[in-house]
Write a protein that binds this ligand. Structure first.
Ligand code: ZN
Length: 137
């Protein structure tokens, strides 16, 4: 993976990724909305404070930035060339936390869906994946 961003662009991208109510999350919300799903946001009483919660389907959705959450095999999940050890440690601890949160939610009976930021480039495909009524997840 190559470092595709300049230093200033990278910090801009990272601050975007870290915040809640980011653009990708809003895009997923509007997609779900158009599909007719009702959902709640950032339920603090659930492990990991899921971005989107669909109580009727006992489903939670996390919208993950590919870099920040290390999307496997994705070209956006690059490793920065400077301070590499720092970043690897940080990104790996994010991944471990994601896995623990997922396991906790599943133990509580929730279905956990992860939407990756790069999937938003193909909204049609993503919509198919999020068609909760079809049980094809
Ligand atoms: Zn990705």
């Amino acid at each position: 993976m190559t470092d595709v961003f300049t230093k200033s662009k990278r910090s801009e991208v990272m601050s975007l990724i870290k915040n809640r109510n980011t653009k990708p999350e809003l895009a997923v919300r509007s997609l779900l909305h158009r599909m007719g799903f009702r959902f709640r946001l950032h339920r603090a009483d659930l492990p990991g404070k899921p971005d989107i919660v669909l109580p009727r389907y006992k489903t939670v959705i996390f919208v993950h930035g590919c870099f920040w959450h290390r999307h496997k095999g994705c070209r956006f999940a690059y490793t920065p060339k400077s301070r590499t050890d720092f970043w690897l440690k940080k990104l790996e601890s994010n991944m471990v936390r994601d896995q623990l949160v997922k396991a906790d939610l599943e133990r509580l009976g929730w279905r956990v869906i992860t939407v990756w930021e790069c999937e938003l480039r193909e909204p049609g495909q993503l919509a198919n994946r999020l068609d909760l009524n079809r049980e094809v997840l």
